[in-house]
Design a protein around this ligand. Sequence first.
Ligand code: FMN
Length: 173
Amino acid sequence: MNERLQLDFWECASDILHRLNKGGVLCTVVDQTGQHNVLTLGWGQIGPFYHGHPVFVIAVTPLRYSWRFLEEVPEFVIAVPDEALAEAAAFCGRRSGRDLDKFEAAGLSPVPSQHVRAPSIRECPINVECRIYARVAPPHMLLTPEHRQRPAEEQHTIYFAEVLGTYGWRDRA
Ligand SMILES: Cc1cc2nc3c(=O)[nH]c(=O)nc-3n(C[C@H](O)[C@H](O)[C@H](O)COP(=O)(O)O)c2cc1C
């Protein structure tokens, strides 16, 4: 048995940034039919904002299978892996949900979230539930000059999301 535990986003901020920068965080997505997927993200920003909720900014290229999911259902969960999940994060950043169920293949358990339809991940100690409120299509200045030379349809869409809740798990016997 395990119980969801509410966490303070800002107390998790350094863990989130550390993982973004080192191996990536997991990001779960869902489409209109309820099918879900997970990919690894290394580009991201977090910060406080006027509406009081922290903001999480991610960038995903339309080349990813997950992109259509974000466009259909503007929600995601950032599931922060610990060291033991480093290989799972690498796997989800190398393989596509077009070809296989990455949750099953990487030994990750999708569980319902509190505020969004995208699932949380039971094995991840921190799950940040996010709702997208703005998107910026290319061209934009986030990308490197090299990225900006690629066809527009390959350049990353930037998604601004508000954090609706941050959760971990308490194990119970
Ligand atoms: C460490 C790491 C960081 C990554 N960061 C991003 C990112 O910020 N944005 C992105 O679109 N893809 C990023 N990727 C690539 C995707 O995770 C990868 O292409 C994945 O296979 C896409 O899965 P999907 O096709 O199931 O959506 C990253 C991969 C790794 C390994």
